[in-house]
Ligand binder design. Structure first.
Ligand SMILES: C[S@@+](CC[C@H](N)C(=O)[O-])C[C@H]1O[C@@H](n2cnc3c(N)ncnc32)[C@H](O)[C@@H]1O
Length: 251
């Protein structure tokens, strides 16, 4: 009961959930955008987006729909259903995503996977704030994606949701000759999936493209994967934000 009341009033006290996010750099070239944006402080406290209360209300409505089946690509998962709260980006990190969009002002941002649309709403909030950009978001789970569509539409029309994998669809969806300016890799959290996905993102990237990785501490496999990415010489700045997210800038 107390939990339910807390959940209902949470969006009205959104300022209280703005958190300092500790930063840990592996590569830090002074001239990069990431270093200019984040500065030399040991942490960042992103501003709370004016869309945050609306996003968190949508998140509550979505979570109330209960657990929905996982996409069949999750081979060997012992639990085959998830609720939105079990997979979503948290508000403090969501506000960092909004903030990064307002700083980078991407023409094209890609996100995979969309899931129930919570991280996507935070990216769209940034695009609405700067009145530019398009979010190309991908998820093969049609049940989750249909719930996401309702959420994303409440924030902005600046998105294209593809029901299918990123790998199979990016070439068709990204206009020919266009580049990815910002990417969010948040699909299956293992090196075997993340590394090939990163190579595809890099194929469509240019100098200055920002790539965000979720769940870098999900398992030892993901920690090793992030450690390799963070040292990769194709990036000019690499930083972990809190214990969950890694951000890199392409050289
Ligand atoms: C952890 S959830 C994403 C959570 C969401 N980004 C958020 O923060 O609200 C992972 C999602 O990735 C999707 N997914 C898995 N493999 C994918 C792929 N290759 N391309 C696109 N989406 C994928 C899954 O169906 C699932 O919905």
């Amino acid at each position: 009961m107390i939990q339910k009341i807390k959940q209902l009033i949470r969006p009205y006290f959104i300022n209280y959930i703005a958190r300092e996010i500790p930063l840990q750099w592996t590569q830090k070239k002074e001239s990069t955008q990431l270093v200019q944006w984040f500065g030399s402080a040991p942490s960042i406290k992103p501003p709370v987006s004016k869309f945050c209360t609306l996003i968190e209300k949508r998140a509550i409505i979505t979570n109330a729909q209960g657990e929905k089946p996982l996409w069949e690509g999750y081979q060997g998962a012992t639990k085959t259903t998830r609720s939105s709260n079990q997979v979503r980006t948290q508000p403090s990190m969501g506000n960092l995503f909004t903030h990064l969009v307002t700083l980078k002002k991407p023409q094209y941002a890609v996100e995979f996977g969309t899931a129930f649309g919570i991280s996507g709403m935070y990216f769209l909030a940034g695009m609405e704030q700067v009145k530019q950009g398009q979010l190309l978001t991908f998820d093969p789970n049609d049940v989750w994606a249909n719930l996401a569509k309702d959420n994303l539409s409440k924030i902005s029309q600046r998105y294209q949701l593809t029901i299918g994998t990123f790998e199979e669809n990016i070439e068709k969806v990204l206009p020919s000759g266009a580049s990815i300016d910002l990417a969010f890799i948040d699909a299956i959290h293992t090196r075997e999936f993340v590394m090939p996905q990163l190579e595809i993102v890099l194929k469509y990237s240019k100098s200055g493209t920002i790539i965000i990785f979720d769940d870098i501490n999900f398992s030892q496999n993901m920690r090793d994967c992030w450690n390799d990415v963070a040292k990769d010489s194709r990036f000019s700045a690499t930083v972990s934000c809190g214990d969950r997210v890694g951000v890199v800038e392409v050289k």
